[in-house]
Design a protein around this ligand. Structure first.
Ligand code: ATP
Ligand code: MG
Ligand code: MG
Length: 366
């Protein structure tokens, strides 16, 4: 059988491992956290991402991928030349740094929000005006789930946000009055063949993804537009493996790229239960060269994230299980406020039924 190495052992690694097994692929994860979700379904090397013995073990696999962009580029550099690493270090270096990512997206022909990289305090001068007077200051590195960012609508607020975020390199982005948010995955083989995931519509709460729905309510032509951008970025960046793009759709229909993830994405979890190939299987296939095909669900599908609450309220599991078409996916993580603990997928025979059940499902998940 084949072996796939993964840098990172979180819930994405857990679900990649669950998708890999039926393909005849075993998974080995390198992950320092002893409680990492993937420990229960993969070989777990509990060591830092740069640990030489751990990296030697990954180098014996047929290919290596990642499930987390905050792994050091040095870990990938130590593997490159010994084992196919997909995506590679160059692509990781771009996608883990917001300013570099936005510049590389524009170089590939994609549109983004107006932005100004902020390296030093002096860069704040006039920056807010240049992005339209209202914006978000985001740290260039390490931000996720809306952490490491602040909304600003005045010069004083901007300076305060820069202090609060720790005077680290940031990007100031213009606030986009978007109509909706959508996302799309793209996979590319080493030979340059491309395949796409579904166009999914996303809603956020307090900066954290709350629901994803397929099909989206986006107008005709949106999916083709998203695919064209994804194809251009995948080609220009020399993608091998899978990449997910998050978009803002403007009222006129145009798509701006918000950010990209060099991997499967929370918004793609609904592909696990839509009857088609899942995004996890798609990443395993793309990385190991097992053949690429589009991976849209065959039925209307939605996902609701289960996020730790401050007051310890829990989802009503009995009622969720009783709702037709639901399936639980839990990550074996200790609950903490704001932490992603799992998700529930929902599949329905038609869009109307999906909408109706999604409203009921959401009410059962605090
Ligand atoms: P994650 O990686 O978990 O998706 P993140 O911390 O990298 O999140 P972003 O994706 O940059 O954060 O932003 C989180 C959400 O905040 C977006 O999905 C969107 O709803 C809102 N948001 C971010 N940037 C802007 C913007 N420029 N204009 C309007 N809304 C924005
Ligand atoms: Mg992000
Ligand atoms: Mg995001």
């Amino acid at each position: 059988s084949r072996a796939l190495g993964i840098l990172g052992g979180g819930q994405l690694a857990q679900m990649l491992a669950l998708a890999a097994l039926p393909l005849g692929v075993r998974v080995v994860v390198l992950e320092p956290d002893p409680q990492a979700p993937a420990r229960l379904c993969a070989e777990h090397i509990q060591a830092p991402y740069t640990d030489p013995a751990g990296l030697n073990r990954l180098a014996t696999c047929d290919a290596v991928t990642l499930e987390f962009e905050n792994v050091p580029v040095e870990a990938l550099a130590a593997l490159e030349g010994r084992v196919p690493v997909r995506p590679g270090g160059d692509l990781l270096a771009r996608s883990k740094h917001r300013a570099r990512e936005k510049e590389a997206l524009r170089a590939a022909g994609a549109r983004t929000a107006p932005f100004v990289p902020i390296e030093y305090g002096a860069d704040l001068e006039g920056a807010l005006e240049r992005v339209g007077g209202r914006g978000l200051l985001k740290t260039s590195e390490l931000g996720y789930d809306g952490k490491g960012q602040a909304r600003v609508s005045g010069e004083a607020e901007l300076r305060e946000a820069w202090e609060t975020l720790g005077r680290v390199p940031c990007v100031l982005e213009g606030l986009i009055p978007f109509e909706r948010e959508v996302s799309l995955g793209v996979a590319r083989s080493a030979a340059g063949e491309v395949a796409f995931g579904p166009l999914v519509e996303n809603t956020h709460r307090a900066g954290i993804l709350r629901t994803s729905v397929y099909p989206s309510a986006a107008p005709e032509g949106t999916e083709a537009q998203a695919r064209a951008v994804a194809r251009a970025v995948a080609g220009a960046w020399g993608l091998e493996g899978l990449l997910t793009l998050e978009f803002f759709q403007l009222p006129g229909g145009e798509l701006l790229v918000n950010e990209v993830a060099p991997r499967v994405h929370n918004s793609g979890h609904l592909t696990q239960d839509g009857g088609g190939v899942s995004q996890f299987e798609a990443q395993v296939r793309a990385v190991l060269g097992l053949g690429l095909a589009d991976w849209a669900p065959l039925h209307p599908t939605a996902m609701v994230n289960v996020i730790g609450t401050g007051d310890g309220r829990e989802p009503d599991w009995a009622a969720i299980d009783a709702l037709p078409g639901t399936r639980r996916h839990l990550y074996h993580k200790a609950p903490r406020p704001g932490r992603k603990l799992g998700h529930v997928n929902l599949v329905a025979p038609d869009v109307g039924t999906l909408r109706d059940r999604l409203t009921r499902l959401e009410a059962l998940i605090p």
